[in-house]
Design a protein around this ligand. Structure first.
Ligand code: IMP
Length: 417
């Protein structure tokens, strides 16, 4: 059966490592949304792989496909591909010809979009031009990979883009769009990647009846429609976007992935956030620093209320919990089981004002005791009883089994039940 690995929190749940682990049993690994705002660090036998766009199945030599739902920054992709080609022989990466491109002006607009917001309303984007690139896609202005065959089409599209955006760029003292240079860069990029560009129909035909693993980017609570709007990313991160973003009409089982605690980068509501020494301890021990922006991640207790919501909107079949090792030596570990003693059905997770109004003091928590060192353990049976209690409580609350437990960054620090 095909599988999807979907983040259930605000991203950074460890999808890269788990996709690398699971990809052994799959033929094709597919990204279907987002861009280089995502960041995966995968460590295999001491070698660290840093990936933003290319699915981590590439490390095992699997065929990787970036679907039409992805937005692609040509410069970034070229660099990432070159870096990975230094570590892996002949990486097998293909790009849907339908992909929309991120150009320099998208990054300028991303900056301007943030600039015009009051401090407390700023999204805290990754500044990679993601939102403006998706705006252009919806606004039917995007330059697509399939356009790169035709110099005149690129010029024509850029001309109307320039007419539309130059007045805005100029009014914020940003440089205007340089058509000549952009065309030159895009043609040069096309020369480098033309053999990787394929039409959706080809991938569909080649991979008929083959096993596909889908790699989500970001997390369910950053989903454009289901997440804490407007503090979200600009794509649909949830599993139901797989068919659209990949153009593969296949069935799949969903593995929902979450950290044993919660983190968030950027602004927006975070009901179980910790502002004390425990929060700082988790951030430090868990090395909670954004892979893309190097910002310190905000940390908090595991939030089962939002996790339950994420499981429902993603129709999760099984769970994967990561980074329980970070909580090893805390004397008391908590999980949030309700906000303001209300039932979760009452909560609109897209309403940020409401989520902001929730306070940690008024939330209900379940308490757990420390479980000690676990990094060297490789079988579920050998896990400490206190960790087993934590796992059983989560499974019972969500009514979904935790089938994968990750106890460290290395591939072999993974327990399958
Ligand atoms: P954008 O995706 O760059 O537009 O940023 C929108 C929000 O999503 C910001 O709060 C970012 O910090 C957050 N974000 C985007 N990508 C990731 C990710 O891969 N992990 C965690 N947060 C992310």
């Amino acid at each position: 059966m095909n599988k999807a690995v979907i983040g259930l929190q605000w991203g950074d749940e460890g999808k890269g490592k788990i996709v690398d682990y699971l990809s052994e049993d799959f033929d094709l690994v597919v990204r279907y949304q987002g861009g280089n705002n995502a960041g995966h660090t995968v460590i295999v036998e001491g070698t660290t792989y840093k990936l933003n766009l290319i699915p981590s199945g590439v490390i095992r030599g699997k065929i990787c496909f970036l679907g039409q739902g992805v937005v692609l920054d040509p410069n970034h992709f070229s660099n990432e591909y070159d870096q990975i080609a230094k570590k892996i022989d002949n990486p097998k990466v293909f790009l849907s010809s339908n992909i929309s491109l991120i150009l320099n002006y998208h990054k300028q607009l991303d900056k301007i979009n943030e600039l015009i917001l009051n401090v407390e309303k700023k999204i805290g984007t990754t500044s990679k031009g993601i939102g403006p690139a998706y705006q252009d896609k919806v606004g039917r202005k995007s330059i697509k990979l399939y356009d790169l065959k035709y110099k005149n089409i690129i010029e024509e599209k850029l001309y109307s883009i320039k007419t539309f955006y130059d007045p805005i760029l100029e009014s914020f003292n940003e440089s205007k769009i340089n058509i000549e240079q952009t065309v030159k860069d895009l043609l040069c990029f096309y020369d480098l990647v033309k053999d990787l560009i394929v039409d959706n129909s080809l991938i569909k035909k080649e991979f008929k009846n083959k096993k596909v693993l889908f790699e989500g980017a970001q997390g369910a609570l950053l989903d454009l429609d289901h997440g804490s709007y407007p503090f979200v990313t600009s794509s649909n991160t949830v599993s139901s976007n797989i068919v659209i973003g990949s153009a593969l009409q296949v069935d799949y089982q969903t593995v929902g992935i979450f950290k044993a605690y919660t983190t968030r980068v950027g602004n927006g509501p975070f009901p179980s956030e910790l502002f004390d020494d425990t929060g700082n301890y988790i951030a430090e021990k868990g090395v909670e620093i954004g892979t893309v922006t190097k910002r310190k991640r905000r940390c908090g207790w595991l939030d089962l209320v939002s996790l339950k919501y994420s499981c429902e909107i993603n129709r999760v079949n099984e769970l994967c919990m990561t980074k329980a090792d970070v909580l090893n030596s805390l004397s008391e570990i908590k999980v949030c089981k309700s906000y303001n003693s209300k039932e979760y059905e009452d909560i609109n997770f897209s309403d940020s004002e409401f989520l902001e109004s929730l306070s940690l003091e008024e939330s209900d928590f379940e308490f757990f005791s420390s479980w000690g060192e676990i990094e060297e353990l490789s079988k579920y049976e050998t896990l400490p009883d206190n960790l087993k209690k934590y796992i059983a409580y989560i499974e019972n609350y969500l009514n979904i089994p935790i089938k994968i437990i990750s106890l460290g960054p290395e591939r072999n620090q993974t327990i399958i039940r």
